[in-house]
Design a protein around this ligand. Structure first.
Ligand code: XMP
Length: 511
């Protein structure tokens, strides 16, 4: 079944993916396309509506991102947000003016709404603004539908042509009725029915995979992370025993992780799972290596080698399953973010393995959608809401040379730390938390004895995508319990320190 579609046209704003997620949260499927997309291509996709995003440019400048004004003639409702709103005004003959410190608005702003179908049911008057330029005159045929102290045209519409513009960001939580406004646009203006739901996705995807794979065979590299786990279970629902999963235990996993993966996938879901115990191989290769990038490279290459060896034993497989999700697709296709992510592909798969085709069942989904699908497929919450874990695992959390002894100490400390975060109800609040083991020993005193043992670092960050983050403020009482328990329960540790660095200037991992 083909879902109703709304297109988000990307003009380079920072909230583009957030807009798309908000549309999806309203049960409408949506895709992000660059502003350079040809109008013909847009028409072929037959969208129910289009949203122009914000962006950092000035609509009246020659070199700024534009779209031909033909787009306003194809009869599809359009909502322009921020730059998208200014561009609509500029292209249709309104006036956009260069702003200054007096006219710029940033942050929570009071707004006066007038009547408009997209403001139906709105009861508050706070919106989130982030602009310097402003629209001083709406185009002919448009009515001004909101104003603020600095914005004579904070919103506008042309009801007949189904064109709407807002200077503020309805996708941001601080725009108090933002969700209602987006929902009005989708349901009242674009007249969608809301056919994008978790269960409709699962049913459609299973049918699609069955049609594509038939009774051929597929191989999946299972990492134990959310994306590959959900992809594997979905594939298994569709093709059953024709799916084989390979899970490489490189000895750099968290406590009980290997065992949990076996329990879930082999026992609970009865899937064909090959668990490769490769700890000795990896630790052997890492012996004496201390430089972080060298460690990453070794782990990445060894992973590929192990995976290749195992897959060759299985004979030819026609399909390789990958847990690619929508932000990966958007980021590698549009902005510069692809380069930021490249070093994170450690643990990726070889390009030259003999597969007929790559299959990416989660390619259209945002992370929160992947989680919902996973829950609906019966994967346990603990796995679904697990914090991100880097491919090289403890290899980059044991600072300096990696040894089994150090990994064991770190595994214990990390498990105690996670247990306390869960008990305090903080685990889900935090984007990512983990312990690290710097190559540092310090002096202490325990039971009248001098000790000389390891220092453990604990880190917790708040973030929405891992690109930037704040250090998370764990309450002192919880920190105290964490520190006491780690020192009491983890042999070889006598001191705990708390990392209070944000990113930038720090990175989330220590290596
Ligand atoms: P940094 O440390 O760069 O991390 O701030 C951002 C996010 O990426 C994860 N990370 C990695 N993931 N392979 C991965 O698969 C890697 O080599 C790697 N290095 C960092 C990190 O855990 C955080 O979520």
């Amino acid at each position: 079944m083909k879902h109703e579609l709304v297109l988000v046209i990307d003009f380079g704003g920072q909230y583009n993916q957030l807009i798309a997620r908000r549309v999806r949260e309203n049960n409408v499927y949506c895709e992000i396309l660059p502003y350079t997309t040809e109008i013909e291509k847009i028409k072929v996709k037959n969208p129910k509506g289009i949203i122009f995003t914000g962006g950092p440019n000035s609509a009246y400048l020659e070199e700024s991102p534009k779209m031909s004004k033909e787009i306003f003639e194809i009869g599809v409702p359009i909502l322009g947000i921020c730059y998208g709103d200014q561009l609509m005004a500029h292209l249709l003959g309104g006036k956009v003016q260069k702003g200054d410190n007096q006219t710029r608005e940033y942050g929570k702003t009071k707004i006066d709404y007038k009547e408009s179908p997209i403001f139906e049911g709105v009861t508050t008057n706070q919106v989130w603004m982030s602009h310097t330029d402003y629209i001083s005159e709406a185009p002919a045929g448009f009515e001004v539908t909101a104003t603020t102290a600095n914005c004579p045209v904070a919103a506008m519409h042309n009801v007949e042509k189904k064109l709407y513009g807002v200077q503020f960001h309805p996708e941001v939580e601080h725009s108090l009725d933002g969700d209602k406004i987006l929902r009005n646009f989708l349901y009242k203006i674009c007249e969608v029915s809301g056919d994008w739901t978790t269960s409709s996705f699962i049913d459609d995807k299973i049918a699609e995979i069955k049609a594509k794979v038939g009774d051929k065979k597929a191989l999946c590299a299972l990492s134990g992370g959310v994306d590959s786990s959900v992809a594997a279970v979905l594939m298994h629902r569709a093709i059953g025993d024709n799916l084989t999963c390979i899970f490489v235990d490189h000895g750099l996993l968290r406590k009980n992780e290997g065992r949990d993966v076996e329990n879930i996938f082999r026992e609970k879901f009865s899937m064909n799972l090959i668990k490769v115990d490769a700890e000795d191989r990896f630790l052997g290769k890492l012996k004496g290596v201390t430089e972080p990038e060298a460690k990453r490279k070794i782990i990445g290459e060894e992973f590929i080698r192990v995976f290749e060896e195992e897959s060759h034993k299985l004979g030819r497989m026609e399909f390789l399953v990958q847990g690619t999700i929508y932000p990966d697709v958007v980021e590698s296709g549009l902005g510069d973010s692809a380069t930021i992510k490249s070093h994170h592909n450690v643990g990726g798969l070889p390009e030259d393995v003999d597969f007929q085709e790559i299959i990416e069942p989660l390619r259209e989904l945002f992370k929160d959608e992947v989680r919902n699908i996973g829950l609906e497929l019966g994967i346990e919450e603990n796995l679904i809401f697990r914090h991100p874990f880097p491919g090289p695992g403890l290899g980059i959390r044991v600072i300096g040379e990696v040894t089994k002894e150090k990994c064991d100490i770190l595994r214990e400390a990390d498990a105690v730390y996670m247990d306390e975060l869960r008990k305090a109800g903080l685990y889900k609040e935090i984007w990512q938390a983990f312990a690290t083991l710097p190559d540092v020993k310090t002096v202490g005193v325990m039971g009248d004895e001098r000790t000389y043992a390891h220092l453990v670092g604990i880190r917790a960050v708040a973030s929405s995508d891992g690109m930037t983050s704040d250090w998370y403020k764990i309450p002192y009482e919880v920190l105290e319990r964490i520190s006491n328990r780690i020192i009491n329960e983890c042999e070889g540790v006598n001191r705990v320190v708390y990392d209070i660095t944000s990113k930038p200037p720090g990175t989330i991992e220590w290596e």
